[in-house]
Each structure stands twice: as C-alpha cells, then as structure tokens.
Design a protein around this ligand. Structure first.
Ligand code: ZN
Length: 340
C-alpha cells in the first residue's frame, strides 16, 4: 500500500483513534453531530486526516466509506482536494495567519447551500493562527451556522484559540497510539520491512504522521505512489496532466521521480528480454506487475520511454521550476508509452 495524504484517508485507513471515530460515527448516525467541531492533539497525530475521513463518511455516495475505502465520485473528489463543497482554510503569508479576507470568503461560501454534498464542510487548519479580526468574524459563523454547514477547526494548540471561539466548538482530542500499534500498522499497510517498521515506530512517540515521515522514505512506498499517479494519467489522458504534475511536484524531489521510474521501466524491459530470470529485477517485490506490463508495452515504446527518462534525468539539475519537470516528463512519457 501507499503512504496517504491526509485528504486521502478514510476512517478505515486511519490508525488508532478508535474512540474518536466511534464518537463521530454515533453522533452523525443519530443526527446529533454538532455543526462546529474542534479537533485538537499533537502535530501529525491525524487531525487533518480525521477531518477528511469524516467528510467522506458523511458525504459518500455509496456509504462504502463508512466501513472501508471508496472510489465514488464524492470520495474521489475529496481525496483529490477538488470537491466543490469541501473547503480548506490554511494560514497564509509571512506571518502564517488566517486573515480577515479569508474569513470574508468563508462567509460567502457558508451562505450558499451545498451543490452536491449532504454537508458543506469548511476545515480550518491551524485554527489558532486566526488573527483577532478573523477570529471575531469566525465567531459570528460559529454562533449561527446554517443547518447544512459543518465547521471543523483543527488545532495542535487549542489553548491559543479565543475562549469565545473554543467554547462554541465540541472538542475532540486525538491521542497518540502505542508503539506496537504503529509498528503493526506500518508492516500490515505499508509493505515495509520489519526492521524499518520497528525503527520508525520507535522514533514516532506514538504519532502516526511522524512514523510515516520516517517510513515514507521507504523505496517501495514512494515508487507505488509514483506509479499510481502515472496510471491515473494514462487512464485519464491529457486533462489529468496538470493535477498529476502538481501532485508529484509536491511530494517528490526532481531526481527521485526519474530515478524511481528508470528502475521501473528498466525492469519491464529486462523482463521482456529475460522472462526466465526474475532475479535480475530491481523491483523484485513487483514481479507480477512487471511481467504483465512487459506483455503490454512494445519494446519500442519502452526504449522510447527510457530515452525520455534519461534525457529528463540529465535536465533535473537545470530545470528550476519543480512543477515543470514532472509536467514535461509525463507528457513525453505518456506519448512514448503509446508507441506500438
Ligand atoms: Zn464514497
């Protein structure tokens, strides 16, 4: 499995937090979910992930998100950060504060009923960073939110919120998991070695996000993430190119993209020429996928793809714009792989 971004999470993919999840489920199912929630807890404990998982739980088209992962329209849009009814407010600028202009926009958004969701949801990240005028403006909304609206304040330092703001919210405190829980979770969900899992959990202080930071340097997880984006692009065509490039620019450094892909396409080519020698592969854990792709692509397409990768690899030092590299690379790669 791959390392998930907060917005890609479901209740079922979140480690620990059983009590918090149960409570939220019960409140929603019994129509008692408050319109204003505060998710508090140490950094990287899963507050953002829980906010997005709850958004899916509430708005899933099929109800699958209540028990497992889901790829319905609503869940997919939330996962990709483009759902028309789910908004995220982040601190901005040099001072890293949430400012009054942002709250004006929030007010406008809040006044319009959701387009397709059961609940329109506005998530305030690092809500303690609201400056006083923004906080006062937020207070008005928190006092009388429209019935279709759910406001989620996310904060690692809830004591820094205005008391009037805090008292308007139902606080849910997220607590760290045990080291053993984290270790087991890493091994079961991330396909990483026992040794890496042990190391990552030992240094995580029970904080899943911290364990992930350590474990995500893991090669397999990074590779699968990259391949998933490539798959998405090949299936969705040109319109997906920009969102894929953005995603990659955010998550990878430039060299890493070409290195991981070179290893991958090299293996597919090796598998075409030496199908009886899987021991020659770098990506030994993915023999089946590689063999399948070796059947799928023509040798000509693979040579072209590798040539493009090598050419881009030498460019990584010179292309300054982080987003440009994956854009150019994937455009060329997509074309090459379509060669017969
Ligand atoms: Zn769904």
């Amino acid at each position: 499995m791959i390392v998930l971004e907060p917005r890609e999470h479901f209740f079922s993919t979140l480690i620990g937090l059983e009590l918090q999840k149960e409570l939220l489920k019960k409140m929603w199912e019994s129509a008692q979910l408050p319109h204003t929630l505060l998710f508090a807890g140490p950094p990287l404990v899963g507050k953002r992930s829980l906010a997005f998982a709850l958004s899916k739980y509430i708005n899933c088209d099929t109800a699958r998100a209540k028990t497992t992962t889901c790829t319905c329209r609503s869940c997919t849009l939330i996962s990709r950060g483009i759902h028309p009814d789910i908004f995220v407010v982040e601190p901005t600028g040099a001072t890293q504060t949430i400012q009054i202009d942002q709250l004006r926009e929030v007010q406008e958004i809040a006044n319009i009923a959701p387009i397709e969701a059961r609940r329109k949801i506005i998530i305030f990240m690092n809500a303690e960073q609201m400056n006083p005028s923004a906080a006062n403006s937020a207070l008005k909304l928190l006092e009388e939110p429209p019935s279709y609206l759910l406001l989620i304040l996310v904060s690692p330092q809830p004591h820094r919120l205005l008391p009037t703001v805090k008292s308007r919210c139902t606080q849910i405190t997220l607590t760290p998991s045990t080291e053993e829980e984290i270790e087991r979770w890493l091994i079961e969900n991330l396909d990483i070695s026992d040794v890496t899992a042990r190391l990552a959990s030992a240094f995580s202080a029970g904080i899943p996000g911290m364990a992930l930071e350590l474990a995500r340097r893991n090669y397999i997880g990074r590779r699968d993430l990259l391949l998933r984006e490539l798959d998405y692009l090949l299936n969705s065509g040109f319109p997906a190119l920009f969102s894929v490039a953005d995603e990659l620019a955010k998550r990878f450094n430039k060299k890493e993209i070409t290195e991981l892909l070179l290893g991958w396409f090299r293996d597919i080519l090796v598998s075409q020429y030496y199908p009886e020698s899987p021991e020659l592969l770098i990506n030994k854990d993915a023999v089946n996928d590689i063999e399948r792709l070796a059947q799928h692509y023509s040798p000509h397409a693979l040579f072209k793809a590798i040539k493009e990768l090598l050419a881009t690899h030498t460019l990584t030092q010179r292309i300054i714009n982080k987003r440009l590299l994956p854009l150019v690379l994937f455009l060329r790669l997509g074309k090459s792989l379509k060669t017969t």
